[in-house]
Design a protein around this ligand. Structure first.
Ligand SMILES: *Cc1c(COP(=O)(O)O)cnc(C)c1O
Length: 363
């Protein structure tokens, strides 16, 4: 018998969340972001859940090849572009769009002699509008655009930038409105499609939804915003569930797990749950992190170990070996677990390990 730990991926939820993204930006095309194995949900599942998207965006060239092999014929954008000459050949061979964010990439493009006479590449010029991660400074953009425009195999040139603080409209250091202003000023005279918005901007700032939006995490049912995902009508696409595999009755003063972090104040039942940090559950989850046993909310107590978590069974006196446990997803928002563990929903969903069985529903 396999371990009871299962990640259920709901294809219908992916589809629904894509529709929410579209409703937020009805005049824009949607580039559904599927990097990091579709935020842990699997590329083939994302492909079906996002069949209605106008394109898919990701970081990994090998993932882009898989998407083509799985039959995706619409646009695929490499969000960090190509990493070397071999990747650039992949861009050509698999008809990918590429971001160009650096002079090194531009140099490689200028040296390129496409083997195929008819090779055409759509590029997206990345503008550094203040996040200072990738991209050209606003003042450089028109010169870079001219160099790209001079290349015979470059077809369309679009413009992209990325928000540092889209979930905080009035961020004191770098509000999204300031990034949008710099981006528009840098690209104002140049023709080409524009794209600014990630999930937070798509949900909170419809004014930045121009030609394309690039939602990621919202499509999987989490949100970077302060509000809950449910309040945006987003549905969890991943539910991580397992079972109680052991129960210990402990006395006041008894401790639980490595480091004896949790010490009982009164006699209580401890449930031992089959899921640990080697499955992707955050090791830093403190005592009190929410978890459901038989649908009842309780708390993690004691340190998370590699294969097990220990939980307080006080609110579920009828719990037994085999009681169902929900780590996150349906009934327990991943954002809530992430907050308790000092991280973000993104990290939890991406961290799901290969040994976790995956089951699909909703297709
Ligand atoms: C990951 C990513 C996104 C999606 O961001 P979310 O916050 O998950 O919506 C959008 N654009 C780029 C360039 C990205 O790398």
């Amino acid at each position: 018998m396999p371990r009871p730990l299962v990640a259920t991926i709901d294809i219908a939820a992916l589809r629904h969340n894509l529709a929410v993204a579209r409703k937020c930006a009805p005049a824009s095309r949607i580039l559904a972001v599927v990097k990091a194995n579709a935020y842990g949900h699997g590329l083939t599942r994302a492909l079906r859940g996002f069949a209605d998207a106008d394109g898919l965006g990701l970081i990994e060239p090998e993932g882009a090849i898989e998407l083509r092999q799985f039959g995706w014929t619409k646009r695929i954008v490499l969000l960090e572009g190509f990493f070397d000459e071999a990747d650039l050949q992949t861009v050509i061979d698999f008809e990918l769009d590429t971001v160009v964010h650096s002079l090194a990439q531009l140099d490689l493009l200028e040296k390129l002699q496409p083997g195929r006479q008819d090779a055409q590449i759509d590029v997206h010029l990345k503008v550094n509008s203040g996040m200072n991660r990738l991209g050209f400074m606003p003042a450089e953009c028109s010169a870079i655009w001219k160099r790209l425009r001079a290349l015979p195999f470059v077809r369309d040139i679009g413009f992209v930038t990325h928000f540092a603080n889209a979930e905080e409209g009035d961020h004191p250091v770098l509000p999204p409105s300031e990034q949008a202003r710099r981006f528009m000023a840098a690209t104002g005279d140049l023709s080409g499609m524009r794209s600014l918005s990630n999930s937070a901007a798509d949900l909170l700032h419809p004014e930045f939804a121009v030609d394309w939006v690039r939602p990621g995490v919202m499509l999987y049912g989490a949100t970077p915003a302060e509000r809950t995902a449910a309040s945006f009508d987003l549905r969890p696409a991943m539910t991580l569930q397992t079972e109680v595999i052991g129960i210990q009755q402990i006395a006041a003063g008894d401790a639980v797990g490595y480091g004896s972090r949790f010490v009982a104040e009164r006699p209580m039942a401890i449930g031992v749950v089959a899921c640990g940090y080697a499955d992707g559950y955050p090791r830093h989850a403190p005592d009190g992190t929410p978890i459901l046993v038989d649908g009842i909310r309780t708390r993690v107590v004691g340190r998370v170990s590699m294969d097990m978590i220990t939980v307080d069974l006080t609110p579920i006196p009828y719990a037994r070996i085999g009681s169902k446990v929900t780590l996150w997803g349906e009934g327990l928002p991943i954002d809530e677990v992430a907050n308790a563990a000092g991280t973000v929903g993104y990290e939890l969903m991406c961290a799901i390990m290969p040994r976790v069985r995956v089951v699909e529903i909703g297709d």
